[in-house]
Design a protein around this ligand. Structure first.
Ligand SMILES: Cc1ncc(COP(=O)(O)O)c(C=O)c1O
Length: 546
């Protein structure tokens, strides 16, 4: 045998692979050519029509887009401080590596013998000279050479019109083109990594006409339950429905009260109303913006039927003290895990704490579908059974409807996407953590900026990177002019939303959330954001704060 290509390698059409390669757990796009003695590791994605010459090593964490040329003996590296042994003195295994994502954008060229250090991005159609040691991101179209690699030619590509204001141009060193704009969330790079699988999965569903529920949905439900370390997952049409069905399955009835934080997306409270109950809000912690557990006991009344902690922005609400209060009063907990897929507290995953948990796979979520989707997870067989009926017109046996339910099943084509993305979630969350660390480093010296706090024990998955700034609305306006897709999550606390007017809350009821709503700002955050992009965001922010 002259090739080792493990079974889990996904090969596109007309791929040519020479002898003596070692490929495992990677994806290779159509018409790509791979020379002898090349090793490509687990999780790597290589695009279509690439040429990879002999003796090259491409490590986990790397994405190579379409039409990239990689010369002979190119070395990618992913862990900044690799060690043979871990902190326990054991030989380091796969879980001990801390991979920083690497990306070679479409049409780039990497010369023979180049070395790429962890976390760098080589921009579109950039050229890395032979033997260069790339220590930081290479801009689009640039030519870099030497050790450390330095820019020899700034841009070999034609320049286009600029839209950014003059002061920014001065610091960013050049015109902002449309594709230099930095969105709040960029889903395209995620799609590039799973495009082959999605195409294959869609084709399978179309061939079998297995459009409602079916194998893709049950496979996803089993995998997502495993991720959350619970016994059951029931896929539904949206995160809002997942919350409503969870509350209904717990027996929440009209007139019951449900306690939840006032700083969340409106759906957390809307679902309570849809289930017939009354939202009872509490304020949030000024550091984490998560539910303030000290306010919960005072809001518990005889009609309190559930508590909904929201794992906001990617970290878990304070579950330990909250569970103590809930069990003292015998009140069930419904976790709102829409923003926290893969997050953990002391090693235990979001979704495994409450009696039941709801999540959303809205496209921008850490695990996002290509449309609306959601899920309920629980260890309680009765709750799972009830939700399964609720999502399917109240039916457990075809055409028998002992109660009315809803038409809200997880769509089969969305399940194809979710199955493909689930395999990348751990890596993407790790990249988000690496990117949050970069923001922390870049923002530390900016006066007036309050960095996000991570509550002790939390393994944050950075769905959003939320800072606080003075003159927030003015700063936000400047960032938008500079082409930076910053946003606010959320500009109005739920108790002040018109839709909840009848509940009788007013300004001043929850001062922490109300003040936060005036000061918070979400910066662009997604797994594939590059250091160069983050530096631009921070430069623009610095200008806006002047
Ligand atoms: C905290 C929170 N809860 C609930 C939802 C509702 O999810 P969906 O939009 O899928 O209905 C969302 C997301 O949009 C959310 O962010």
């Amino acid at each position: 045998m002259t090739k080792r290509i493990r079974e889990d390698v996904q090969l596109g059409r007309d791929v040519v692979i020479h002898d003596f390669v070692n490929l495992y757990g990677c994806t290779i796009g159509d018409e790509t050519r791979i020379g002898p003695f090349v090793e490509i590791q687990e999780g790597v994605t290589i695009g279509a029509r690439c040429k990879i010459q002999s003796h090259t090593f491409i490590c986990s964490g790397t994405v190579v887009e379409d039409e990239v040329f990689i010369g002979h003996g190119v070395m990618f590296t992913n862990d900044r401080f690799p060690r043979a042994t871990n902190d326990l003195g054991e030989l380091a295994g796969p879980d001990d590596w801390i991979c920083e994502p690497m990306r070679v954008a479409r049409g780039a060229t990497i010369g023979s013998g180049a070395i790429l250090l962890p976390g760098v991005t080589v921009g579109e159609r950039a050229l890395v000279g032979a033997g260069a040691v790339v220590t930081k991101d290479v801009p689009r179209g640039a030519v870099v050479i030497g050790h450390p690699a330095r820019v020899r030619i700034a841009n070999v590509l034609p320049r286009e019109t600029h839209t950014a204001p003059a002061p920014l141009l001065a610091t960013l060193g050049g015109p902002l083109r449309d594709d230099d704009r930095i969105p709040l969330v960029d889903l395209r790079a995620q799609h590039d990594e799973i495009a082959e699988r999605v195409r294959g999965g869609f084709a399978r569903v179309l061939e079998t006409s297995d459009f409602i529920l079916g194998d893709e949905v049950s496979a996803f439900e089993a995998r997502f339950a495993e991720l959350c370390e619970v016994g059951h997952c029931v896929g539904v049409g949206s995160g809002t429905d997942a919350l409503e069905f969870s509350l209904r399955a717990l027996g929440v009835c009209p007139g019951d009260e449900v306690i939840l934080p006032c700083n969340s997306f409106v759906a957390s409270a809307a679902a309570v109303v849809h289930a017939g109950a009354i939202p009872v809000f509490v304020d949030v912690d000024p550091g984490t913006y998560l539910l303030d557990v000290n306010q919960v006991s005072d809001r518990i009344h005889p009609r309190t039927r559930a508590i909904v902690p929201v794992h906001l922005y990617g970290q878990l609400a304070p579950m330990e003290p909250l569970m103590a209060v809930a069990s003292e009063h015998g009140i069930p907990i419904v976790e709102d895990g829409a923003q926290s897929q893969g997050a953990r507290w002391l090693g235990r995953p979001a979704g495994s704490f409450g009696d039941v948990a709801a999540t959303s796979f809205y496209p921008g979520k850490n695990l996002g579908a290509y449309g609306d989707a959601g899920a309920v997870v629980t260890n309680d067989e009765n709750i799972a059974d009830r939700v399964r009926a609720l999502r399917n017109h109240g039916s457990r046996v075809k055409y028998e409807h002992p109660e009315l339910g809803f038409n809200s099943r997880l769509d089969t084509l969305q399940a194809v996407v979710l199955n493909a993305k689930l395999e990348h979630l751990a890596q993407w969350n790790e990249w988000r953590r690496a990117r949050a660390a970069v923001y922390g480093e870049l923002l530390r010296h900016l006066d007036g900026v309050v960095l996000p706090a991570v509550a002790p024990g939390n393994e944050h998955v950075w769905h959003l990177y939320v800072i606080r700034v003075p003159r927030r609305d003015e700063v936000l306006g400047h960032l938008h002019e500079y082409g930076i897709g910053a946003a606010i999550h959320y500009p109005t606390p739920i108790h002040l939303q018109g839709a909840f007017r009848d509940l009788g809350y007013s300004m001043g009821d929850f001062p922490v959330a109300e003040r936060a709503a005036r000061e918070i700002l979400s910066l662009p955050m997604y797994p594939h954001i590059t250091r160069v992009q983050q530096e631009r965001v921070v430069e623009a922010l610095e200008q806006a704060l002047r």
